[in-house]
Ligand binder design. Structure first.
Ligand SMILES: Nc1ncnc2c1ncn2[C@@H]1O[C@H](COP(=O)(O)OP(=O)(O)OP(=O)(O)O)[C@@H](O)[C@H]1O
Ligand SMILES: [Mg+2]
Length: 305
Protein backbone atom coordinates (compact mmCIF):
# COMPACT_ATOMS: atom_id res chain seq x y z
CA UNK A 1 0.00 0.00 0.00
CA UNK A 2 1.12 3.50 -0.79
CA UNK A 3 -0.79 6.52 0.40
CA UNK A 4 -0.53 10.05 1.71
CA UNK A 5 -2.68 11.74 4.33
CA UNK A 6 -2.47 15.52 4.24
CA UNK A 7 -1.96 17.53 7.41
CA UNK A 8 -5.26 18.58 8.95
CA UNK A 9 -7.51 16.27 6.98
CA UNK A 10 -9.91 13.54 7.99
CA UNK A 11 -8.92 10.46 6.05
CA UNK A 12 -10.94 7.23 6.03
CA UNK A 13 -10.11 3.64 5.28
CA UNK A 14 -13.16 1.70 4.15
CA UNK A 15 -12.97 -2.01 3.53
CA UNK A 16 -14.61 -5.35 4.21
CA UNK A 17 -13.75 -7.49 7.25
CA UNK A 18 -10.22 -8.77 7.04
CA UNK A 19 -9.17 -6.24 4.38
CA UNK A 20 -6.16 -5.19 6.47
CA UNK A 21 -7.31 -1.88 7.96
CA UNK A 22 -6.40 -2.62 11.56
CA UNK A 23 -3.13 -4.19 10.47
CA UNK A 24 -2.17 -0.94 8.73
CA UNK A 25 -3.17 1.07 11.80
CA UNK A 26 -1.12 -1.25 14.00
CA UNK A 27 1.92 -0.70 11.78
CA UNK A 28 1.43 3.06 11.67
CA UNK A 29 1.12 3.23 15.46
CA UNK A 30 4.31 1.17 15.99
CA UNK A 31 2.45 -1.85 17.42
CA UNK A 32 3.51 -4.09 14.55
CA UNK A 33 6.97 -3.92 12.94
CA UNK A 34 7.32 -2.80 9.33
CA UNK A 35 8.84 -5.57 7.27
CA UNK A 36 9.17 -3.66 4.00
CA UNK A 37 8.80 -0.10 2.85
CA UNK A 38 8.87 3.17 4.74
CA UNK A 39 6.46 5.42 6.61
CA UNK A 40 6.63 9.03 7.72
CA UNK A 41 4.25 10.37 10.32
CA UNK A 42 4.25 14.01 11.40
CA UNK A 43 7.66 14.32 9.78
CA UNK A 44 9.21 11.39 11.67
CA UNK A 45 10.48 8.16 10.16
CA UNK A 46 8.58 5.27 11.67
CA UNK A 47 11.56 2.90 11.61
CA UNK A 48 14.22 5.30 12.86
CA UNK A 49 12.23 7.47 15.27
CA UNK A 50 9.39 5.34 16.68
CA UNK A 51 9.40 7.23 20.01
CA UNK A 52 8.85 10.55 18.22
CA UNK A 53 6.03 8.98 16.22
CA UNK A 54 4.44 7.67 19.42
CA UNK A 55 4.66 11.11 20.95
CA UNK A 56 2.80 12.59 17.99
CA UNK A 57 -0.10 10.16 17.83
CA UNK A 58 -3.19 9.06 19.70
CA UNK A 59 -5.25 5.94 19.12
CA UNK A 60 -8.73 4.59 19.72
CA UNK A 61 -8.50 0.82 19.31
CA UNK A 62 -11.06 -1.35 17.59
CA UNK A 63 -10.98 -3.82 20.44
CA UNK A 64 -11.81 -2.96 24.02
CA UNK A 65 -8.58 -2.49 25.93
CA UNK A 66 -9.79 -1.03 29.23
CA UNK A 67 -8.39 -2.34 32.48
CA UNK A 68 -11.35 -4.01 34.20
CA UNK A 69 -10.17 -3.11 37.68
CA UNK A 70 -9.85 0.62 37.16
CA UNK A 71 -12.55 3.21 37.50
CA UNK A 72 -13.64 5.45 34.67
CA UNK A 73 -11.77 8.42 36.15
CA UNK A 74 -8.63 6.38 36.83
CA UNK A 75 -8.46 5.24 33.20
CA UNK A 76 -8.39 8.83 31.97
CA UNK A 77 -6.18 10.05 34.80
CA UNK A 78 -3.61 7.33 34.17
CA UNK A 79 -3.54 8.04 30.46
CA UNK A 80 -3.05 11.76 31.05
CA UNK A 81 -0.14 11.01 33.40
CA UNK A 82 1.49 8.68 30.88
CA UNK A 83 1.51 11.59 28.48
CA UNK A 84 2.83 13.96 31.18
CA UNK A 85 -0.19 16.23 31.12
CA UNK A 86 -0.06 18.78 33.95
CA UNK A 87 -2.55 18.14 36.76
CA UNK A 88 -4.83 21.11 36.07
CA UNK A 89 -5.05 20.30 32.35
CA UNK A 90 -5.78 16.67 33.22
CA UNK A 91 -8.66 17.54 35.53
CA UNK A 92 -10.13 19.97 33.03
CA UNK A 93 -9.93 17.51 30.13
CA UNK A 94 -11.38 14.66 32.22
CA UNK A 95 -14.40 16.77 33.19
CA UNK A 96 -14.88 17.89 29.60
CA UNK A 97 -14.64 14.35 28.22
CA UNK A 98 -16.86 12.72 30.85
CA UNK A 99 -19.44 15.31 29.94
CA UNK A 100 -18.99 14.62 26.22
CA UNK A 101 -19.45 10.86 26.51
CA UNK A 102 -22.02 11.23 29.29
CA UNK A 103 -20.16 9.16 31.85
CA UNK A 104 -20.15 11.88 34.51
CA UNK A 105 -22.36 9.71 36.73
CA UNK A 106 -20.02 6.72 36.33
CA UNK A 107 -16.84 8.56 37.29
CA UNK A 108 -16.03 6.16 40.14
CA UNK A 109 -17.46 2.99 38.61
CA UNK A 110 -15.13 0.10 37.73
CA UNK A 111 -14.99 -0.33 33.96
CA UNK A 112 -16.06 -3.98 34.27
CA UNK A 113 -19.45 -2.73 35.41
CA UNK A 114 -20.04 -0.52 32.37
CA UNK A 115 -22.32 -1.51 29.50
CA UNK A 116 -20.75 -2.25 26.12
CA UNK A 117 -21.64 1.18 24.74
CA UNK A 118 -20.31 2.92 27.85
CA UNK A 119 -16.98 1.09 27.51
CA UNK A 120 -16.81 2.15 23.89
CA UNK A 121 -17.44 5.75 24.92
CA UNK A 122 -14.72 5.57 27.53
CA UNK A 123 -12.26 4.17 24.96
CA UNK A 124 -13.00 7.18 22.78
CA UNK A 125 -12.64 9.60 25.69
CA UNK A 126 -9.23 8.11 26.45
CA UNK A 127 -8.16 8.57 22.83
CA UNK A 128 -9.16 12.22 23.11
CA UNK A 129 -7.33 12.90 26.39
CA UNK A 130 -4.24 14.25 24.69
CA UNK A 131 -4.24 16.48 21.62
CA UNK A 132 -2.07 14.42 19.29
CA UNK A 133 -0.95 15.65 15.88
CA UNK A 134 -2.48 12.54 14.36
CA UNK A 135 -5.36 10.65 15.91
CA UNK A 136 -5.96 7.08 14.71
CA UNK A 137 -9.48 5.79 15.25
CA UNK A 138 -10.18 2.17 14.37
CA UNK A 139 -13.96 1.88 14.08
CA UNK A 140 -14.46 4.22 17.01
CA UNK A 141 -18.23 4.45 16.91
CA UNK A 142 -19.06 0.79 16.34
CA UNK A 143 -22.13 -0.26 18.28
CA UNK A 144 -22.99 3.23 19.52
CA UNK A 145 -26.47 4.72 19.28
CA UNK A 146 -27.02 7.53 16.75
CA UNK A 147 -27.21 10.29 19.41
CA UNK A 148 -23.82 9.34 20.79
CA UNK A 149 -22.31 9.06 17.32
CA UNK A 150 -23.49 12.58 16.46
CA UNK A 151 -22.06 14.03 19.69
CA UNK A 152 -18.75 12.30 19.25
CA UNK A 153 -18.49 13.39 15.66
CA UNK A 154 -19.18 17.01 16.59
CA UNK A 155 -16.30 16.80 19.03
CA UNK A 156 -13.96 15.03 16.61
CA UNK A 157 -14.69 17.64 13.92
CA UNK A 158 -13.91 20.28 16.50
CA UNK A 159 -10.49 18.88 17.41
CA UNK A 160 -9.83 18.35 13.71
CA UNK A 161 -10.51 22.03 13.13
CA UNK A 162 -8.05 22.81 15.91
CA UNK A 163 -5.39 21.00 13.89
CA UNK A 164 -5.49 17.26 14.66
CA UNK A 165 -5.24 15.06 11.59
CA UNK A 166 -7.67 12.13 11.80
CA UNK A 167 -7.07 8.67 10.35
CA UNK A 168 -10.24 6.66 10.58
CA UNK A 169 -11.55 3.24 9.72
CA UNK A 170 -15.26 2.68 9.77
CA UNK A 171 -18.01 0.42 8.52
CA UNK A 172 -20.51 3.26 8.73
CA UNK A 173 -20.62 4.52 5.17
CA UNK A 174 -22.47 7.67 6.21
CA UNK A 175 -19.63 8.64 8.58
CA UNK A 176 -17.01 8.24 5.91
CA UNK A 177 -19.23 10.05 3.43
CA UNK A 178 -20.05 13.04 5.63
CA UNK A 179 -16.86 13.63 7.53
CA UNK A 180 -13.89 12.52 5.45
CA UNK A 181 -11.90 14.79 3.20
CA UNK A 182 -10.56 11.71 1.46
CA UNK A 183 -11.50 8.05 1.42
CA UNK A 184 -9.49 4.99 0.41
CA UNK A 185 -11.30 1.76 -0.24
CA UNK A 186 -9.10 -1.19 0.70
CA UNK A 187 -9.52 -4.89 0.11
CA UNK A 188 -7.18 -7.90 0.31
CA UNK A 189 -4.40 -5.68 1.68
CA UNK A 190 -4.46 -3.27 -1.26
CA UNK A 191 -5.85 0.18 -1.91
CA UNK A 192 -8.41 -0.12 -4.68
CA UNK A 193 -9.43 3.50 -5.09
CA UNK A 194 -8.94 6.86 -3.35
CA UNK A 195 -10.92 10.06 -3.66
CA UNK A 196 -13.38 12.49 -2.17
CA UNK A 197 -16.78 10.96 -1.52
CA UNK A 198 -18.49 12.95 -4.28
CA UNK A 199 -15.78 12.01 -6.79
CA UNK A 200 -16.13 8.34 -5.91
CA UNK A 201 -19.90 8.47 -6.23
CA UNK A 202 -19.82 10.38 -9.50
CA UNK A 203 -17.19 8.04 -10.92
CA UNK A 204 -19.63 5.15 -10.69
CA UNK A 205 -21.71 6.90 -13.34
CA UNK A 206 -24.86 5.20 -12.21
CA UNK A 207 -27.24 8.07 -11.56
CA UNK A 208 -30.90 7.13 -11.69
CA UNK A 209 -33.59 9.53 -12.87
CA UNK A 210 -37.30 8.97 -12.29
CA UNK A 211 -39.82 10.82 -14.46
CA UNK A 212 -43.58 10.95 -14.57
CA UNK A 213 -44.88 12.54 -17.76
CA UNK A 214 -48.08 13.04 -19.76
CA UNK A 215 -46.85 10.33 -22.21
CA UNK A 216 -44.36 7.93 -20.66
CA UNK A 217 -44.12 5.71 -23.73
CA UNK A 218 -43.17 8.66 -25.99
CA UNK A 219 -40.80 10.03 -23.35
CA UNK A 220 -39.09 6.68 -23.14
CA UNK A 221 -38.63 6.51 -26.94
CA UNK A 222 -37.18 10.02 -27.05
CA UNK A 223 -34.71 9.51 -24.21
CA UNK A 224 -33.46 6.16 -25.53
CA UNK A 225 -31.71 8.04 -28.34
CA UNK A 226 -29.49 10.00 -25.89
CA UNK A 227 -26.03 8.50 -25.70
CA UNK A 228 -25.68 9.03 -21.95
CA UNK A 229 -28.79 6.93 -21.30
CA UNK A 230 -27.80 3.36 -20.42
CA UNK A 231 -31.27 1.94 -20.00
CA UNK A 232 -34.91 2.72 -19.31
CA UNK A 233 -37.46 0.78 -17.28
CA UNK A 234 -41.18 1.52 -17.39
CA UNK A 235 -43.04 1.65 -14.08
CA UNK A 236 -46.78 1.86 -13.50
CA UNK A 237 -46.85 5.66 -13.36
CA UNK A 238 -43.49 6.75 -14.74
CA UNK A 239 -40.14 5.72 -16.17
CA UNK A 240 -36.77 5.01 -14.55
CA UNK A 241 -33.78 6.18 -16.58
CA UNK A 242 -30.26 4.93 -15.84
CA UNK A 243 -27.60 7.37 -17.04
CA UNK A 244 -23.81 7.18 -17.15
CA UNK A 245 -23.06 10.87 -16.63
CA UNK A 246 -23.69 13.32 -13.79
CA UNK A 247 -27.50 13.41 -13.64
CA UNK A 248 -27.50 16.83 -12.01
CA UNK A 249 -26.65 18.35 -15.40
CA UNK A 250 -28.33 15.85 -17.69
CA UNK A 251 -31.74 16.11 -16.05
CA UNK A 252 -32.51 19.72 -17.15
CA UNK A 253 -31.42 18.80 -20.68
CA UNK A 254 -33.75 15.82 -20.69
CA UNK A 255 -36.61 17.96 -19.42
CA UNK A 256 -36.07 20.56 -22.18
CA UNK A 257 -36.07 17.84 -24.80
CA UNK A 258 -39.31 16.30 -23.55
CA UNK A 259 -41.05 19.67 -23.28
CA UNK A 260 -39.97 20.67 -26.79
CA UNK A 261 -41.85 17.57 -28.02
CA UNK A 262 -44.96 18.67 -26.20
CA UNK A 263 -44.60 16.22 -23.29
CA UNK A 264 -45.59 17.60 -19.87
CA UNK A 265 -43.45 16.59 -16.87
CA UNK A 266 -45.37 15.85 -13.67
CA UNK A 267 -42.64 14.64 -11.36
CA UNK A 268 -38.87 14.14 -11.29
CA UNK A 269 -36.44 12.52 -8.90
CA UNK A 270 -32.68 12.09 -9.11
CA UNK A 271 -30.85 9.43 -7.16
CA UNK A 272 -27.08 9.47 -7.01
CA UNK A 273 -25.15 6.37 -5.97
CA UNK A 274 -24.63 6.16 -2.21
CA UNK A 275 -21.36 5.34 -0.46
CA UNK A 276 -22.84 1.84 0.00
CA UNK A 277 -23.09 1.53 -3.79
CA UNK A 278 -19.49 2.69 -4.20
CA UNK A 279 -18.30 0.22 -1.55
CA UNK A 280 -20.09 -2.76 -3.07
CA UNK A 281 -19.00 -1.74 -6.57
CA UNK A 282 -15.33 -1.91 -5.61
CA UNK A 283 -15.33 -4.78 -3.15
CA UNK A 284 -17.99 -7.11 -4.56
CA UNK A 285 -20.74 -8.85 -2.72
CA UNK A 286 -19.16 -11.95 -1.18
CA UNK A 287 -18.97 -12.20 2.61
CA UNK A 288 -15.58 -11.95 4.27
CA UNK A 289 -13.92 -13.68 7.14
CA UNK A 290 -16.24 -16.64 7.39
CA UNK A 291 -13.60 -17.99 9.80
CA UNK A 292 -14.59 -15.36 12.34
CA UNK A 293 -18.25 -16.33 12.01
CA UNK A 294 -17.42 -19.96 12.73
CA UNK A 295 -15.37 -19.21 15.81
CA UNK A 296 -18.16 -17.07 17.26
CA UNK A 297 -20.62 -19.96 16.84
CA UNK A 298 -18.24 -22.18 18.75
CA UNK A 299 -17.98 -19.74 21.65
CA UNK A 300 -21.78 -19.44 21.73
CA UNK A 301 -22.09 -23.18 22.14
CA UNK A 302 -19.46 -23.26 24.83
CA UNK A 303 -21.39 -20.56 26.66
CA UNK A 304 -24.61 -22.56 26.69
CA UNK A 305 -23.14 -25.55 28.43
N1 LIG B 1 -2.55 -11.44 14.95
C1 LIG B 1 -2.82 -11.94 13.74
N2 LIG B 1 -2.22 -13.08 13.33
C2 LIG B 1 -2.48 -13.59 12.11
N3 LIG B 1 -3.33 -13.05 11.23
C3 LIG B 1 -3.96 -11.92 11.59
C4 LIG B 1 -3.75 -11.31 12.85
N4 LIG B 1 -4.53 -10.20 12.94
C5 LIG B 1 -5.18 -10.13 11.77
N5 LIG B 1 -4.85 -11.15 10.95
C6 LIG B 1 -5.35 -11.40 9.59
O1 LIG B 1 -4.95 -10.31 8.76
C7 LIG B 1 -5.98 -9.96 7.86
C8 LIG B 1 -6.31 -8.51 8.04
O2 LIG B 1 -6.89 -8.29 9.32
P1 LIG B 1 -7.27 -6.86 9.89
O3 LIG B 1 -7.58 -7.03 11.33
O4 LIG B 1 -6.23 -5.87 9.51
O5 LIG B 1 -8.60 -6.57 9.06
P2 LIG B 1 -9.60 -5.34 9.14
O6 LIG B 1 -9.62 -4.72 7.79
O7 LIG B 1 -9.27 -4.46 10.28
O8 LIG B 1 -11.00 -6.08 9.38
P3 LIG B 1 -12.28 -5.68 10.28
O9 LIG B 1 -13.11 -4.76 9.42
O10 LIG B 1 -12.97 -6.98 10.49
O11 LIG B 1 -11.78 -5.04 11.53
C9 LIG B 1 -7.15 -10.92 8.15
O12 LIG B 1 -7.10 -11.96 7.21
C10 LIG B 1 -6.86 -11.41 9.54
O13 LIG B 1 -7.40 -12.71 9.73
MG1 LIG C 1 -10.19 -3.95 11.99
Amino acid sequence: MSFTVRKGEIFSFLGPNGAGKSTVINILTTLLPIQKGSVKIAGYDLKKEPEMVRESIGIVFQELTLDRDMTVREILEYHGRLYSMPKAARQKRIDELLDLVELEGKRDTLTRHLSGGMKRRLEIARGLMTRPKVLFMDEPTIGLDPQTRIRIWDYVKDINQQGTTIFLTTHYMDEADQFSDNISIVDHGKIIVTGKSLELKNALGEDIIYLETSDNRAASELLKSLKSVKGIREKSKGIVVMVNVDGTYLLPEMMDKLRSEGITIRAVNLKKPSMDDVFVHYTGKELRDSGTEKSSVVSLRAGRR
